[in-house]
Design a protein. Structure first.
Length: 40
């Protein structure tokens, strides 16, 4: 359904933004390290 897709999009952006805020400019180098914290 459309609402499920909207929720998944929101959830993905929430987790991406959280990682971006935690790691700042060095975000790319920390993707692999934070991979274990990301659950969908």
């Amino acid at each position: 359904m459309a609402s499920d897709m909207a929720f998944k999009g929101f959830e993905s952006m929430y987790h991406f933004s959280k990682l971006l805020i935690q790691n700042g400019n060095n975000f790319i180098n920390h993707l692999k390290k934070n991979d274990q914290k990301f659950y969908v």
